[in-house]
Design a binder for this molecule. Sequence first.
Ligand code: SAM
Ligand code: 2KA
Ligand code: SF4
Ligand code: MG
Length: 210
Amino acid sequence: MKKEQIEKLVEEGKMLPLMEEFYTIQGEGFHKGTAAYFIRIGGCDVGCHWCDVKESWDADKHPPTVTEKIVDNAVKYSDTVVITGGEPLTWDMTEITTRLKEKNAKIHIETSGAYKLTGIWDWICLSPKKIKLPQPEVYEKANELKVIIFNKHDFKFAEEQAAKVNKDCILYLQPEWSVREKIIPLIVDYVMQNPKWKVSLQTHKYLNIP
Ligand SMILES: C[S@@+](CC[C@H](N)C(=O)[O-])C[C@H]1O[C@@H](n2cnc3c(N)ncnc32)[C@H](O)[C@@H]1O
Ligand SMILES: Nc1nc2[nH]cc(C(=O)O)c2c(=O)[nH]1
Ligand code: SF4
Ligand SMILES: [Mg+2]
């Protein structure tokens, strides 16, 4: 296929830069402990300095893959599919989620919310970032808010973000992995003082699974 043809299909969401896909246990947030098939789409312009998948950022490093093929494969493994990245909302998620819905999958997204919300979702995990704040529509539709705590100033950011989400949204504080030993005690104290929040850990990293 010609380069321009591929670019057009990616633009339409009919192809997506696929970094990796794997069947695992959702490690974080509300659905932690649940088996799910993960689809990791390349491409992210947000630039979190502590991002644990920096290899995902450059979309050109990940092969444009036919969306229909990604879906047909994913549903063989699990009826719960998590779309993550990179930042999945970099791309038009309409095609992939419509096809997954046709196959009766439960479709979850992990997103910073920084770009326009496309696609149909059973569960939206919003993990907002100071450097590129979420779009208003994502605050309205988020099912869980998962704020990463890297230092003590992030608690204030977490409260600002909690003030913007809908009333049913479940609130999580998750330690940034590299500082977990220092930050977990602060999160524990904070959640006991402010029980509207819950703790989320990256349990897959403790389990040594993807
Ligand atoms: C790699 S991101 C991809 C999805 C999307 N770009 C986002 O940030 O929500 C998946 C989740 O991992 C979290 N995350 C990334 N690096 C982390 C780290 N070093 N420690 C803890 N959580 C991290 C993100 O905040 C997000 O909730
Ligand atoms: N097991 C597992 N759970 C996860 N939850 C969110 C993840 C992500 O990178 O989006 C992730 C991940 O990479 N692995
Ligand atoms: S928004 Fe997500 S993928 Fe992008 S840099 Fe931040 S944590 Fe990494
Ligand atoms: Mg991860």
